[in-house]
Design a protein around this ligand. Structure first.
Ligand code: HEC
Ligand code: HEC
Ligand code: HEC
Ligand code: HEC
Length: 464
């Protein structure tokens, strides 16, 4: 089997790599690509707009779409070979792992041991924005700074919606699914077995037995896909959704943009190109007819429609020919600055923006230094505290528990902490760095101009 996407990416090699990626595209056809498993397949225009950090969608395209592991195997527009079946994981172990990895600090809809309001990332952020978080007088000032983790899809009724094999691949190698949502599912370091076990647990959540094999099989028979597309435009699904790879969906209706629920619904609406990978035909038709009947806490409103209309829409979503996803390029590194850079600048423009919220000072936060310091999301304590000059200099704990410098050079000469910032750009471009997790974890990448500032400060000897 041939690997599809193996372009070396490091700060000095981007231009070459980007070029190579484009030139290699024709050669990729026929490699061992399975669309969703292929790193190059990351979200498209979606990633480009959502990151807002200069991720440019290049014209080069490296993937076809469609996969099949359920009754929709025949829907693949690309004719890609079906996936080998994914062995079923152990749901009980999966539940333990989900607890250990604290999925429910971000996601609702799972019945796991409760997470205190004071550590639930999303709950607390929503409370801060709503003015309900009464904690000293700083609280009001904090409101303007909370930008992320205010809407995260609930995982309720996953078993009635999402495909097992898709979940396994996604957990091991998450990609951007929602054009209007900046955070992505973080790479949690789950190996293949852990991903299977957790996926097995997820599909046991709200599993329905409502389907009979005949309805599964016939869900799309007689569907008029062209009429389905007309209905999608008529019903204004585009008010919330995008569907990359087809002509833009009509969106003229006025949602109530001021309402929090509306904003959250738009943020949480997936790019509809992925529906065919994630859902089976029958699940999709049921969803369209009445989303809340499938998932009670969903923010997708019910659009009154007949079963025939739902079938036609499903036909279009499952079978419309999709243009290949645009490749999100890793932006080019900027040359070091000529001027002097101070620590205060680095702190203000990088460390204080997102980093310190996960790499905090445990003394100032009831002993919890955040997932990047004292541990969380299943990560052991890595001891990275990014709140002060001294702490930054104190480094990190490696896998043997030894303190190492955050400025040690990687093989290509990039200081470790700077490499972690580039690794986040690479993740969004579908080429994660196997040695280093991208930072900030699951959040929009640091813009190249700010990485340039950080790299310059390091190169100047890290003055105080
Ligand atoms: C730091 C917050 C965070 C944590 C912790 C987290 N997730 Fe997520 N997850 C997200 C976000 C944000 C998304 C939506 C990403 C997108 O749409 O691009 C997401 C998406 C998902 C999805 C896709 C759901 C859908 O409807 O599209 C699944 C499945 C999922 N996460 C499972 C998990 C599991 C299992 C764990 C624990 C092992 C976990 N997540 C931990 C933030 C988190
Ligand atoms: C007890 C309430 C609370 C909890 C729990 C909490 N946060 Fe926050 N978070 C805040 C407040 C308040 C701010 C704004 C602080 C400021 O302005 O200095 C903030 C800001 C942030 C920011 C920077 C602003 C942004 O939106 O990008 C990030 C990143 C962040 N939090 C991540 C997390 C993560 C990850 C978790 C879960 C591990 C979490 N927070 C849990 C209250 C909380
Ligand atoms: C008000 C915003 C809104 C409107 C309008 C809307 N949706 Fe949704 N849709 C959502 C949200 C939010 C989700 C994610 C649901 C969840 O996980 O709870 C969703 C999920 C879906 C999904 C599942 C996709 C997946 O990959 O999981 C499909 C399919 C879908 N919508 C199709 C449609 C169609 C077709 C229409 C028009 C008839 C429509 N939606 C109208 C917000 C909306
Ligand atoms: C949402 C939480 C979160 C945010 C925000 C975050 N980190 Fe992290 N960080 C983590 C976690 C969790 C780990 C441990 C990961 C692991 O063990 O692989 C980590 C580890 C690291 C490491 C050590 C990596 C290694 O393997 O040596 C560095 C360096 C780092 N973070 C830098 C940053 C910087 C710089 C920022 C801000 C741009 C940042 N982080 C923002 C959660 C976060």
């Amino acid at each position: 089997m041939r690997k599809c996407y193996d372009v070396p990416m490091n700060p000095s090699a981007w231009i070459g790599a980007a070029l190579a990626a484009m030139l290699l595209v024709p050669a990729l056809v026929g490699c061992d690509r399975d669309n969703s498993g292929a790193p190059g397949a990351t979200a498209s225009g979606a990633g480009a707009t959502a990151s807002g950090a200069g991720a440019t969608a290049s014209g080069a395209s490296a993937t076809a779409s469609g996969s099949g592991s359920k009754d929709h195997a025949a829907n693949t527009a690309s004719g890609a070979a079906p996936q080998p079946p994914e062995p079923m994981g152990d749901a009980a172990r999966g539940r333990e792992l989900a607890t250990k990895h604290e999925c429910h600090r971000c996601h609702g809809g799972l019945e796991l041991p409760p997470i205190a309001a004071t550590s639930h990332c999303v709950r607390c952020h929503i409370d801060v924005l709503a003015g309900k978080f009464d904690h000293k007088t700083e609280a009001l000032g904090w409101r303007k700074n909370v930008a992320h983790l205010i809407a995260v899809p609930s995982l309720a009724a996953t078993g009635a919606r999402l495909d097992y094999a898709w979940l396994v691949r996604y957990l091991a190698d998450p990609r951007d699914l929602r054009p209007a949502l900046e955070p992505t599912m973080p790479r949690l370091g789950l190996d293949a077995q852990a991903s299977r076990d957790i996926a097995a647990y997820l599909v046991s959540v709200g599993k329905t037995a409502a389907t009979s094999p005949t309805t599964e099989h016939d869900a799309l028979s007689g569907a008029d896909d062209a009429r389905g597309r007309k209905l999608i435009d008529e019903f204004q699904c585009g008010a919330c959704h995008r569907m990359s790879g087809v002509d833009e969906l009509a969106a003229t209706s006025k949602l109530e943009p001021g309402k929090r629920e509306t904003r959250a619904a738009v943020m949480l609406a997936p790019d509809l190109r992925f529906a065919r990978e994630r859902m089976g035909n029958a699940e999709l038709v049921r969803w369209l007819l009445d989303p809340a009947a499938v998932k009670p806490d969903t923010l997708m409103p019910r659009t009154p429609m007949t079963p025939e209309q739902a079938r036609d829409i499903a036909g279009y979503l499952m079978r419309a020919t999709l243009a290949p996803q645009a490749v999100v390029a890793v932006p080019e590194a900027l040359p070091l600055l000529e001027r002097k850079v101070s620590f205060d600048e680095v702190k203000a423009r990088v460390l204080d923006v997102t980093c310190r919220h996960c790499h905090g000072d445990p003394n100032a936060a009831f002993g919890d230094g955040g997932p990047g310091n004292t541990g969380g999301f299943g990560f052991p304590a890595r001891g990275v505290n990014l709140t002060s000059y001294e702490q930054l200099m104190a480094g990190y704990l490696d896998s043997a528990g030894e303190r190492k410098s955050l400025f040690a050079k990687m093989a290509d000469g990039t200081p470790r902490i700077v490499a972690a910032l580039w690794a986040r750009h690479r993740e969004l471009a579908g080429a994660p760095n196997p040695e280093l997790r991208g930072m900030p974890l699951g959040l929009p990448p640091v813009p190249p101009a700010d990485i340039q500032l950080f790299a310059t400060w390091v190169a100047q000897g890290r003055p105080r």
